[in-house]
Design a protein around this ligand. Structure first.
Ligand code: DC
Length: 234
C-alpha cells in the first residue's frame, strides 16, 4: 500500500515549479500547495490595507488573514478570506513587492506554520523557495528545479503574452534576476538547493518531461519502501 508522501519542489522563478507540482499532484491524487501564492496573498492584503512594511505589522496581517486553496474545474483557486484573488495575486504590483514582503521573519513564521499544517497527513506536493530546506527538511522526496535565466525569462514573457500582456524578454531577464538575487541573498530562509534534494535542470525539458522525471523518482521510492516493508526481516 503506497504511503502518502511529502514532495517538495524548490527553485528560482520561472523554473516551472508550480505547473510541474500541480501536474505531479494531479497524477498522484495529492494536494498541490503553491507556497509562493501564499506570500502573494499576504502581499496583496498589505497593499490593499496600506500596511507598513515592518516585521510587526506584516506579521500581524499574515496571522490574521485566511488563505485558502479551493479546488475548481479550471485549476485551483486562491482565496483571501472569502474573496477569490487567483488573478490579482499575479499582478505586476504584487510581483514587484512579494520578495520584500516575504523576507520578514514574522511573515515567514506564519506561512511556515500553515504550510506544515497542509503536510500533516502527507499526500502533498508543495513548491516554493524553502520547502525542502526549512518547511519540510525531512520530506521523503525533495526536488530542486533550475533553468537558465534566459529560458526562464522567455517562459515568463510567453505566459504574460498569453494573458494579453507583452513584456520584452530583456526586461523579464532583469526582473527575474533581481528577484532571484533578493530571494537567494536574504537572511531569512534564502533560496538554496536543499540538502539531499535531487536537481533537475529544466532548460531543455518540457513540463511533461519534468513531470515524468519526478514521477519516476516517486515510483522508485515507493518500490524501495514496499520492498523494505515486505521483507523487513531478511
Ligand atoms: O513562486 P512565486 O514566484 O509565486 O513566489 C513569489 C515570491 O514569494 C518569491 O519571489 C519569493 C517568495 N517565496 C518565498 O519566499 N518562499 C516560498 N516558499 C515561496 C515563495
Amino acid at each position: 500500500m503506497a504511503q502518502p508522501l511529502i514532495i517538495t519542489l524548490d527553485g528560482p522563478a520561472g523554473a516551472g515549479k508550480s505547473t510541474t507540482a500541480r501536474k505531479v499532484a494531479e497524477r498522484l491524487g495529492y494536494q498541490h500547495v503553491d507556497s509562493g501564492a501564499m506570500y502573494r496573498v499576504v502581499t496583496l492584503a498589505a497593499i490593499q490595507n496600506l500596511v507598513p512594511y515592518t516585521n510587526e505589522a506584516l506579521g500581524q496581517l499574515a496571522g490574521k488573514i485566511r488563505i485558502r486553496f479551493e479546488p475548481s474545474f479550471g485549476g485551483q483557486r486562491v482565496l483571501l478570506d472569502t474573496v477569490d484573488v487567483t488573478e490579482q495575486i499575479r499582478s505586476a504590483q504584487v510581483t514587484a513587492n512579494v520578495s520584500e514582503v516575504s523576507s520578514f521573519h514574522n511573515v515567514r513564521n506564519a506561512m511556515v506554520q500553515l504550510q506544515r499544517e497542509y503536510g500533516l497527513n502527507g499526500g502533498v506536493v508543495m513548491d516554493g523557495r524553502d520547502i525542502g530546506s526549512v518547511v519540510f527538511p525531512f520530506a521523503q522526496i525533495k526536488m530542486f528545479l533550475s533553468a537558465d535565466l534566459e529560458v526562464r525569462a522567455q517562459r515568463r514573457a510567453a505566459e504574460l503574452a498569453a494573458g494579453g500582456n507583452s513584456v520584452e524578454t530583456s526586461e523579464m531577464i532583469e526582473a527575474l534576476d533581481k528577484r532571484d538575487k533578493y530571494d537567494s541573498e536574504r537572511e531569512e530562509s534564502p533560496l538554496i538547493k536543499p540538502e539531499g534534494s535531487i536537481e533537475i535542470d529544466t532548460t531543455n525539458l518540457t513540463i511533461d518531461e519534468q513531470v515524468e522525471a519526478i514521477l519516476e523518482i516517486v515510483r522508485k521510492y515507493q518500490q524501495t519502501y514496499d520492498m523494505i516493508t515486505a521483507f523487513g526481516d531478511i
